[in-house]
Design a protein around this ligand. Structure first.
Ligand code: BDR
Ligand code: CA
Length: 309
């Protein structure tokens, strides 16, 4: 069982990943911190709570974090995720209050109190994580690991940009934060577009029909989220669920151990994640292959509340 603190910016795929996590015995979510990214941070903070409340979960604190990237203005992705950030899913506004801490203080406190035990999952831009690491330079070494969705590494034909021709959205949004985190010494597992854009790991209309046929709160919400993306994009990319899947079954993905440069600033190559010839220092694990059918099988079994397989 992985004890997890999760930094997210829901977002359709963050929300789908959260539903998956809540249906999975391999992870225990100790807290959620929210960051601006797919939407303003007030909206991502509301969306995390809307999903939790829909699933009757009131034991996971939601803690608001950064409203803006470190050096750039926020550029949201509501044109992709819908005006409410959750594919117009019609969930009511949240009733549960936000936790009173700041995200980076909350995150740091959890890790400092349980050194070596907490895995940080990050499925938004890395602003909150960078704040926590700069306030507590010992933090990266005290994590059990850091699993993140971000980057495009050119390790497969799918590993090109989705935000610019060269950069992935989470890293592009706050490249300075990503640069700091990638060079922090944390034990990083980066799941990028190389695997999340693999068509074998995407949900299609056939999958949607199966989810739609199941009448549970989890399946109902998942179907609404997936349907919005299938309707407008043709299929539903599983970016953030694939990052989480690293903790559910590590054998679903292959990782290359490599050094990565993150391009900062605001030039044409902003947010590019470049694989460098490896020396022995500062290496991170970068996802380079996924068993799409087996991942989708696991995903559907959890959402549909069946046995795995
Ligand atoms: C990432 O960007 C966001 O829009 C998604 O939630 C995901 O985390 C994919 O590039
Ligand atoms: Ca996300």
């Amino acid at each position: 069982m992985h004890k997890v603190v999760w930094d997210m910016d829901p977002g359709i795929d963050d929300a789908v990943a959260l539903i998956l996590a809540l249906r999975s015995p391999e992870v225990q979510i100790l807290g959620i911190t929210t960051v601006a990214g797919n939407a303003r941070v007030e909206m991502t903070s509301a969306n995390a709570r809307r999903v939790l409340e829909h699933l009757n979960v009131d034991s996971i604190p939601v803690v608001m974090g950064a409203a803006n990237p470190l050096n750039h203005p926020l550029e949201d992705a509501l044109s992709y995720h819908g005006p409410d950030g959750l594919g117009n899913c019609n969930l009511p506004p949240p009733r549960m209050p936000l936790h009173p801490s700041k995200a980076w203080d909350f995150l740091a406190r959890l890790v400092l109190d349980a050194p070596g035990e907490i895995t940080l999952v990050a499925t938004g831009s890395l602003t909150n994580v960078a704040h926590a690491f700069s306030l507590h330079p010992e933090l990266p070494g005290l994590l059990a690991g850091l699993v993140l969705m971000g980057g495009a590494y050119g390790l497969t034909p799918y590993g090109t940009g989705n935000c610019t021709p060269h950069a992935e959205f989470n890293i592009w949004q706050d490249p300075e934060a990503a640069h700091m985190v990638f060079n922090s010494g944390a034990d990083i597992f980066a799941v990028g577009l190389d695997v999340t854009m693999d068509p074998a790991a995407c949900l299609n209309r056939g999958h949607l029909e199966r989810i739609n046929a199941r009448h549970t709160p989890a399946a109902h919400l998942a179907a609404q989220l997936v349907e919005y993306e299938v309707k407008y994009q043709g299929c539903c990319r599983m970016h953030d669920p694939l990052a989480l899947a690293t903790l559910l079954d590590a054998s679903l993905l292959d990782f290359a151990l490599t050094k990565v440069e993150v391009v900062e600033g605001n030039g044409w190559d902003r947010g590019v994640t470049r694989v460098l010839p490896s020396d022995s220092s500062g290496l991170i694990h970068v996802a380079c292959a996924v068993d799409g059918p087996r991942f989708l099988g696991l995903f559907l079994s959890r959402i549909l509340e069946e046995q795995d397989g």
